[in-house]
Design a binder for this molecule. Structure first.
Ligand code: SAM
Ligand code: SF4
Length: 324
């Protein structure tokens, strides 16, 4: 089958699959303080996840990122990874995972053996008090998780969302912490994807603000941009840093991503107000050909992106349920 393409000429190569909306953290920039979890029976089971994953891989998806919520809360996580790993013969090249890492230590090696190629770990502060303030949880299990991944030989990248008034003064400490451990780091601008009414434009620490803070104590070189949402920099002549600046510099023109929520809703853009309910269609008995045609149509209609629709999105689900 020919690859998935939208009406703006963008081919889709990457799919994020949210395995659950549940999370053991309560990051203030991601979810309401008291989230309403999706009904358990509405979450896709493993067979449904693999059916959808296979359908996307057969239409040109090469990379699948498992996310959530917190993917480690999914009891059959290892079995999900193994089943998706079985799609490599059909064109899947890479399986990644985004996690808060707090529960990963006991299963780090098992996940690598099951097929996860790389892990993005969210770490918004190295100061334990600031970390606690932002996530409402302790930092120690996360640091243990990162160590366990390193011990398992896993490729790890650190992600940090920067929010003014919370952790903007952690930009340089986080950078130095990651540099000392030779862990690639990406800072992410705070996006309007959290609880309604929570995001404020003035809470966004822009890419330019972050670079200014870093440049006060380190040399920073701008590198040519590749097909990646992060702007690449080289710090102190050797260290690779990325900054994802969706708010100040939306990079939607080459977006090659799609997202599936834990209930099987297809969101073709992080900022779409509605998704295509593929999970519900599967439970009504849709056949594979009609399902594939439904996906192709939804992808074709993918919107231009954040630049065309800046600011908060009016929809019932926040980032933890969308699958970041
Ligand atoms: N629980 C896992 C984690 O925290 O890594 C995976 C799910 S989380 C929703 C995925 C990513 O989305 C994390 O890196 C998180 O920092 C990011 N994220 C959540 N809310 C965000 C927001 N409002 N703006 C920017 N990034 C956000
Ligand atoms: Fe949970 Fe990740 Fe959202 Fe934090 S960012 S609340 S860890 S889903």
């Amino acid at each position: 089958m020919s690859p998935l393409i939208d009406s703006h000429g963008r081919t889709k190569r990457k799919l994020r699959i949210s395995l659950t909306d549940r999370c053991n953290f309560r990051c203030t920039y991601c979810m309401p303080e008291h989230p309403d979890w999706l009904p358990r029976a509405s979450l896709l089971d493993r067979g449904e996840i693999v059916r959808l994953a296979a359908l996307f891989v057969d239409q040109g998806i090469e990379q699948i990122r498992l996310t959530g919520g917190e993917p480690l809360l999914r009891r059959d996580l290892v079995e999900c990874v193994k089943a998706i790993d079985g799609l490599r013969g059909r064109g899947l090249r890479r399986i990644s995972m985004t996690t808060n890492a707090s529960r990963i230590a006991p299963v780090a090696a098992t996940l690598v053996a099951a097929g996860v190629d790389d892990f993005n770990v969210s770490l918004d502060a190295v100061d334990p008090a600031i970390f606690r303030q932002m996530t409402k949880r302790e930092i120690a299990p996360v640091l243990d998780g990162i160590q366990a991944l390193a011990d398992a030989g896993a490729a790890v990248k650190i992600n940090a969302v920067v929010v003014r008034g919370d952790n903007e003064h952690q930009v340089v400490p986080l950078l130095e912490w990651a540099m000392a451990r030779q862990l690639p780091l990406r800072f992410i601008e705070y996006m309007p994807l959290d609880a309604p009414g929570h995001w404020r434009r003035d809470a966004v620490v822009s890419e330019a603000d972050m670079l200014a803070a870093i440049a006060a104590t380190h040399s920073v070189e701008t590198l040519p941009r590749a097909n990646d949402p992060a702007s690449p920099y080289r710090v102190d002549g050797h260290y690779p840093l990325g900054i994802i600046s969706t708010v100040s510099h939306p990079f939607c023109a080459s977006c090659d991503r799609l997202r599936l929520t834990a209930t099987g809703e297809l969101f073709t853009c992080l900022f779409s107000p509605v998704g295509m309910p593929l999970g519900a269609r599967m439970r009504e008995g849709i056949d594979d050909d009609t399902l594939a045609a439904t996906v192709r149509r939804a992808v074709w209609l993918k919107e231009a992106g954040y630049a065309a629709r800046p600011g908060p999105v009016d929809r019932p689900i926040t980032m933890h349920a969308m699958g970041g």
